[in-house]
Ligand binder design. Sequence first.
Ligand SMILES: [Zn+2]
Length: 164
Amino acid sequence: MNERRCRCCQKLFQPSKYQPRQRVCGDPLCQRKRRTEYHQQKIATDPEYREVCRDSPRKWRARHPDYWKRYRSDHPAVVERNRQQQQTRDRRRRLRQLANNTSALDLKRSAAQVWLLGAGAAHLANNNSAPAQVWVIEALAPRPDSVPPPCKQQPSGLEAASAG
Ligand SMILES: [Zn+2]
């Protein structure tokens, strides 16, 4: 039929019956290229267009001061999702700060694994987006006199007392 060659990718395409002058095929990459070229050409040749492009976000906000307030009240689910994502980002930032400020300079990684047991374990293991971290803090060494002597060295008297 009346196929023509795309100005961007050079492939043959069927122009839309609504766009008889179409020169670029419907491929998203070609369409993006066409819009970018149009935009750049307009900016270069049309002072008014250039002015609108430069000012539009600021002017738009000035004309619609309540837009975000209204958007938030109309889309509670989106607001809630954003709130949770922000909380996750905050939590991650706090953990990073904690990791950077730790005074334990001789940290060693352990190969320990965490095993979940019980009825909810499968659900927890599949849906746990927060990989567990276990921090093992070095304890003070026990005082020598509080260590019980090994069994073989127990005084015979004690053994006799407990047996009798
Ligand atoms: Zn194309």
